[in-house]
Design a protein around this ligand. Structure first.
Ligand SMILES: [Fe+2]
Ligand SMILES: [Fe+2]
Length: 457
């Protein structure tokens, strides 16, 4: 293989046509004219080039020398980056590509390279393609910085008005436990959250357009941020897709035009707990200039809640968001084994009306006590979960007494009254606002939007 191919000139080629008969090989022709064998161009390629110069040659005038190397190479550069290719009917190596394209390895470095093959066994074609960049880039060749061409979330106008009866609407969901189990044979990520249940909550919210949406804790699972329970490798190292997907769902809620509040649950609290236990040096540390922002290693920072305009209520288990002055929302920390047991305990213990999650059950209890001869009611409600309830969520046992659901609260503001409607989810469906709703599995939309193909099932 020649290192420095010398193409024929138009005149040389025309001269050859005058003096040689058909069916000579290209090699014979070039030698006859004392020219170097042009390994950079096939006979057919030369014929086409000459055609562009007005010299017509029968298509079968030349035969390629069967023993000759007939390859095509190209080196295209924008100054600091380049793509080099060599194509042939026989396999080529990266070293041969470097030689064919005269790549100066003191100037260029190979970033990636790939070997392609196409055609059939009788007529195979091979290509080696490499992407290169300058070892010392020429700064004057870099493009001028452009604004980022990425979708920027535009917060819609918030729905702050009451209805004609002076009522506001708050929707609340609990315990989605966004996380995954990796299928070790395919690498696919099987969700521990229930996308149909999440879709039901969002679809009903999109229809009702509530004033406020409360994400009441354990929205993200974080199984490997704790050491209390053993975590197998199939559950570990999935925080990145969980962050992407949790952000996707919150963005969808934000697009409704509601105020979105995210209350810390015990699973979000795993992160500061792990830092305190293992890496106190990173606990509560803010980035330079970010005094008013969330700590770098924290769920509200990873989810960029400030940028989305989401209100974060931390301080689990004491963090509370007041729906109005008579109803507080908390993630909760009371768990009793029997159905109804958790709300029965909470309604006595709390001293005020509370709606919570954490126990993954649909329960409600109302208690009336007396003060100076006047009755006073308070309520405790647990509104189920949006995670899967078929045993895949990491827990002490698999066959749990869990139910899926969420809540719709119509209420006055201030010291007013409220009405809480629990919405049960059953096999991907629910009844709300007098309608039947069918949850959709949006896996492929989420994988595409999050640019994370392994989320596809
Ligand atoms: Fe939970
Ligand atoms: Fe919880």
């Amino acid at each position: 293989m020649s290192k420095q191919p010398v193409p024929w000139t138009v005149e040389e080629y025309a001269s050859y046509l005058e003096t040689h008969a058909e069916s000579t090989t290209y090699l014979e022709a070039t030698e006859a004219h004392n020219l170097k064998w042009n390994t950079n161009r096939s006979p057919d390629g030369v014929r086409k080039k000459m055609l562009r110069h007005g010299i017509k040659t029968p298509s079968d005038h030349f035969k390629a020398d069967p023993n000759a190397d007939v390859y095509q190479s190209a080196f295209e550069s924008d100054g600091n980056r380049a793509v080099a290719t060599v194509s042939d009917r026989m396999p080529r190596t990266l070293d041969e590509l470097i030689e064919a394209c005269n790549v100066d390895l003191t100037v260029w470095k190979i970033d990636t390279h790939k070997v392609n093959r196409w055609g059939n066994d009788d007529n195979p074609n091979f290509q080696v393609k490499a992407k290169l960049s300058k070892i010392i880039p020429d700064e004057s060749l870099w493009p001028v910085l452009q604004p980022i061409d990425a979708p920027v979330f535009t917060k819609p106008k918030q729905n702050i008005s009451s209805n004609k009866d002076g009522l506001f609407t708050t929707m609340i969901c609990n315990d989605a436990h966004i996380g995954y189990i990796r299928d070790e044979s395919t690498g696919k990520l099987i969700p521990t959250h229930d996308r149909k249940a999440l879709d039901l909550f969002c679809s009903v919210a999109e229809s009702l357009r509530p004033n406020t949406i409360i994400i009441n804790g354990d929205f993200i699972d974080l199984p490997d941020w704790q050491s209390k329970f053993p975590v197998g490798p199939e559950l570990a190292r999935h925080m990145q897709p969980a962050i992407f997907e949790a952000h996707w769902w919150i963005r969808r809620m934000m697009a409704i035009g509601a105020k979105v509040v995210y209350i810390e649950g015990n699973h979000e609290e795993r992160m500061p707990r792990a830092l305190i236990a293992n890496t106190q040096a990173a606990y509560q540390i803010r980035a330079a200039g970010d005094h008013d922002e969330h700590p770098v290693v924290s769920i509200p920072n990873y989810l960029k809640l400030d940028r989305l305009g989401v209100e974060w209520v931390g301080n689990y288990p004491n963090g509370v968001y007041w729906v109005n002055e008579n109803l507080g929302a908390q993630h909760g920390d009371v768990v009793r084994a029997n159905s109804g047991g958790s709300v029965s305990t909470a309604v006595i213990k709390s001293g005020e009306s509370v709606v919570f999650g954490h126990v993954h059950r649909m329960e409600m209890a109302v208690h009336t006590d007396w003060n100076f001869g006047k009755p006073r009611q308070r309520m405790a409600a647990s509104l189920g979960c949006l995670c899967r309830i078929d045993g895949v969520v990491p827990a002490r046992k698999q066959r749990n007494n869990w139910q899926q659901g969420f809540g719709i609260i119509d209420h006055e503001s201030g010291n007013g009254i409220f009405h809480l409607q629990p919405i049960h989810i059953s096999n991907g469906r629910c009844i709300a606002a007098g309608r039947m709703w069918q949850g959709r599995d949006l896996t492929n939309d989420i994988a595409r939007d999050c640019n994370y193909p392994l989320l596809k099932t």
